[in-house]
Design a protein around this ligand. Structure first.
Ligand SMILES: Cc1cc2nc3c(=O)[nH]c(=O)nc-3n(C[C@H](O)[C@H](O)[C@H](O)COP(=O)(O)OP(=O)(O)OC[C@H]3O[C@@H](n4cnc5c(N)ncnc54)[C@H](O)[C@@H]3O)c2cc1C
Ligand SMILES: Cc1cc2nc3c(=O)[nH]c(=O)nc-3n(C[C@H](O)[C@H](O)[C@H](O)COP(=O)(O)O)c2cc1C
Length: 804
């Protein structure tokens, strides 16, 4: 591998990747970046290379900048690109001259059309701007030339060439397949994720009035197109399908012309006689069909090479942000390099620090969007309206309230549809989905918000007390439709900590009944008793004294599926015998009967988070070699036996749920989301009405990926693959999150844990914020609710008048 810094003599280049500091002789004119003439080579004349060159020249016309582009002028791949208004504002500020030309040539459109199962769903207000890639490059090339950038076309740049040593900086703007990045692969820390679906980027002279998604069901599976106009006479037409469909349709054996003909026939009803065309003649046969490659780099610099645009990162084409990222990278890099107070090292650090955050945000949204298209079969059971809603909210960047701002009428159509289904036709109102009722067996919930089970560690000998009365009472008054108790343990040994609540004696049942009675007589909330056994995570301290750490004294022996300790500091549990299993099963059944005496409305079995039943389900904690270990079916045997016995003891008209960890956050070594579907189905066969889809906490080495609504994709998968009712939980904290999840069919109920700890009245507050009044407010608090609503309305009007 060549050392690109060798021979540099113009500037002092500190090796900003940190490992080496390379000092070179200072140039005669002491040209430090930001303070003098710099000689730069941009590899690749795509949007990134051209726009960076323009941006640098604008900041100092004396810089010597050359672009090396392998293609001849006017030759490029792809068709059109889309931008957002924000990108246009950014380029307008950076270079009004090129921005004005680009803006003058933009094609604008507002609507998105979703063609699906013979219907066209149109929603408006999306505000897209498109331009042909070829035209964009022409504009940028012209501007670059005008500013004195030297453009070399038909000039393949080879990273091994010694001439790069003569440049102060080599900008690797050579696209997703960057040779310059690959030449120093290790130094850049490249991570490439090759995605599952196939796509081909075509164009057509058919002019689409709206951004168009066309889904076609074929004998081979679903094939769909993303199409949009980018010039008065031209549209981009990207065709996508799963690998399986691609192979069954025979695309893998077709020439490019045959593929294009196939697509033209399939989508003929949208093309009105116009042809589909490819401009990727250099790609032979099936090679024109690509798999999207998500690229990330740990470091964006190595020696004097700086990565820019697609060479550094890619974002799936379905969120249309690659060109935006390339342009914004260019502006930032030119900015930092032109600030005299920054050393080169500091400048590049700032470039990467700021841009990598923006890139990460977009790559997260792009991943959601990519996965939506890869999981299409989950959604093709939806009715057209919900299918379109799910498609529009797929990246989680567009939410329920964003859609209201874009197209209120359309959003209200969705809300009416949701309410009509939720009330079996009785109510068809445009109101937030979270307030729609939900039925589980004979239990009618007044809304879709649940207070998630949360240990309060405030019991003595398992008895709930006045703290629990106030705690649960207050949350019931706060408006949630369903309240879960904390994990209530079926035996003293089954407690997590000495403070855990229990249900193993009549005394416990009586103490709980006092609380259930309060909830029932003072609110419309329903109350679910969560029953569990701590297993290997038992005999530990209360949460705020160090959760999962063993007690300082008076530890009691613990049991688990296997004799594997939770962590090196926890006790080694005893692997359960058949007699232990029968005892514990009977304890669960006895607790169910006590729950009935206490008049709970519902029972949940806690089979998540590494506690006893979860220790059977996860292969990471279950190493048994008998009928209760090995295959998933074996590992589920005991948890299912417990559930079935509980179900038998619980009245048929009352519902039951089960909480599962849908992933062990351990890749394929542990429970995966695909396993979670099988686990959920197995419990449903035993009579579970709702799957409470949590995740992780099943082994001490988990590697969770946190974020907003981070566990919701698991609920989505269980609900739509197993076709079961689910509750989503995990970092859901805004009413807008809840409404988006519910309307998109990603869950039937939404549980909030920590937000309810600090705000028992979360649901009533949400109702006031959303101006929704058809909710049960405790009469004692009616005045407060009315005042809150008035104040919020006044604030909103004030904000609107300030904007005018
Ligand atoms: C199907 C599809 C649809 C897309 N749709 C959109 C969209 O709607 N909106 C959007 O913003 N983005 C879209 N993108 C992404 C967008 O095309 C890229 O993100 C964007 O082009 C990145 O710009 P770049 O300059 O970094 O790379 P590129 O545009 O890839 O430019 C790299 C340039 O380097 C040249 N080159 C490469 N190697 C060498 C070499 N060794 N020597 C000389 N020259 C070399 C190439 O010929 C090329 O011209 C889409 C991408 C795909 C695949
Ligand atoms: C203090 C605390 C105690 C918890 N106790 C329980 C519990 O007893 N049973 C249970 O299933 N989950 C328990 N959880 C997990 C929550 O129910 C919920 O799944 C988790 O907090 C994520 O949701 P959130 O982001 O809305 O808080 C607890 C969480 C916290 C923060």
């Amino acid at each position: 591998m060549p050392c690109l810094t060798h021979g540099l003599s113009r500037i002092a280049v500190q090796n900003w990747i940190g490992a080496r500091i390379l000092a070179f002789a200072a140039p005669p004119n002491d040209a430090l970046v930001g303070g003098g003439i710099v000689k730069i080579a941009c590899i690749g004349g795509g949007p990134a290379g051209l726009y960076f060159a323009i941006s640098m020249k604008l900041r100092d016309p004396a810089h010597q900048i050359e672009i090396f582009e392998r293609n001849a002028p006017g030759v490029t791949f792809g068709w059109g690109v889309v931008f957002s208004d924000l990108t246009v504002d950014n380029i307008m500020r950076n270079d009004p001259t090129s921005a004005k030309t680009i803006r003058a040539e933009f094609t604008h459109w507002d609507d998105i059309d979703v063609h699906y199962r013979g219907e066209t769903i149109t929603s408006g207000g999306h505000g897209f701007i498109g331009i042909g890639r070829k035209r964009l490059l022409e504009i940028l090339q012209e501007r670059a030339r005008e500013l004195g950038v030297i453009l070399h076309f038909s000039a393949e740049a080879d990273p091994r060439d010694a001439k790069w040593h003569d440049y102060d900086l080599v900008i690797a703007s050579d696209g997703a397949n960057s040779r310059f990045r690959q030449a120093q692969a290790e130094a850049f820390g490249i991570d490439i994720d090759v995605r599952r679906n196939r796509f081909i980027w075509l164009g057509t002279s058919k002019v689409f009035d709206a951004f168009t998604f066309a889904f076609e069901e074929t004998e081979f599976g679903w094939i769909w197109a993303h199409a949009y106009r980018f010039a008065p006479d031209c549209s981009t037409f990207i065709v996508e399908c799963s690998e399986k469909t691609w192979r069954s349709a025979g695309f893998d054996e077709m020439s490019q012309e045959e593929s294009v003909d196939f697509c033209e026939r399939l989508f003929s009803k949208y093309l009105d006689g116009h042809e589909l065309k490819s401009n990727a003649a250099h790609l032979r046969g099936s090679a024109a069909w690509l798999n999207f490659r998500r690229i990330k780099c740990e470091r964006w610099t190595a020696a004097n090479v700086v990565l820019l645009g697609d060479a550094a990162h890619t974002a799936h084409f379905s969120i249309g942000s690659g060109t935006k990222l390339a342009l914004e990278d260019s502006i930032k890099l030119a900015d930092v390099l032109s600030r005299p107070e920054l050393s080169l090292e500091a400048a590049i650090d700032e470039y990467q620090a700021e841009r990598s955050v923006e890139v990460l945000k977009l790559q997260n949204s792009a991943r959601n969007s990519t996965e939506w298209f890869e999981s299409l079969p989950l959604y093709t059971q939806f009715e057209p309206l919900q299918f379109a809603y799910s498609l529009l909210t797929r990246s989680q960047r567009i939410s329920h309230e964003n859609l209201r701002l874009r197209d209120r009428a359309w959003l209200e159509t969705v809300e009416r549809w949701f309410w009509k289904r939720a009330t079996k036709g009785a109510l068809c109102k445009a109101a937030p989905p979270m307030f729609a009722p939900f039925r589980l067996r004979d239990l009618e919930l007044q809304n879709r918000i649940a207070v998630s089970p949360m240990a309060t560690y405030s019991s003595l000998e398992g008895r709930p007390n006045d703290f629990h009365l106030v705690h649960y009472g207050e949350r019931a008054l706060g408006g949630a439709g369903l309240l879960f108790t904390e994990m209530t343990c079926v035996s003293a040994e089954g407690r997590i900590s000495p403070g855990c609540a229990g249900m193993w004696s009549d005394e416990h049942a009586d103490a709980w009944k006092r609380i259930v009675d309060f909830v029932h007589s003072n609110s419309r909330a329903k109350f679910c008793l969560q029953l569990g056994h701590s297993g290997p995570k038992g005999s530990t301290r209360v949460g705020w004294e160090g959760g999962d750490l063993p007690l300082n004294e008076q530890n009691w022996p613990v049991v688990a599926a296997s004799d594997l300790r939770w962590s090196p500091v926890n006790q080694v549990p005893r692997a359960m015998t058949r007699a232990d299993m029968e005892l514990v099963r009977d304890q669960f059944v006895a607790a169910v009967r006590m729950g009935l005496m206490a008049e709970f409305d519902m029972i949940e079995l806690h089979a998540a988070h590494g506690y006893l039943l979860s220790s059977f389900i996860t292969p990471l904690q279950n190493k048994r070699t008998d009928d209760y270990g090995g295959s998933l079916a074996n590992r589920l045997r005991f948890p299912l036996e417990v559930f079935a016995a509980m179900r038998e003891a619980w009245p048929a008209h009352k519902p039951m749920s089960v909480r599962i960890s849908a992933t062990d956050w351990a890749g394929d070594d542990g429970i995966t989301p695909a396993d979670a579907v099988l686990v959920a189905e197995a419990f449903a066969r035993e009579g579970a009405d709702l799957i409470d889809v949590s995740a992780g906490q099943t082994w001490a080495g988990q590697q969770p990926v946190y974020g907003r609504m981070f566990q919701t994709p698991f609920s989505d998968r269980v609900r739509n693959e197993a076709k079961l009712a689910t509750m989503a939980v995990g970092n859901i904290y805004e009413p807008d999150h809840a409404n988006s999840i519910l309307a998109a069919g990603r869950a039937d109920l939404v549980a909030l844990g920590r937000p309810h700890l600090i705000d028992p009245f979360w649901t009533l507050r949400a109702a006031a914020e959303l101006d929704y009044h058809d909710i049960n407010v405790p009469p004692q608090y009616l005045n407060g609710m009315a005042q809150l609503s008035r104040n919020l309305r006044r604030d909103a009007q004030g904000a609107r008048s300030l904007l005018v």
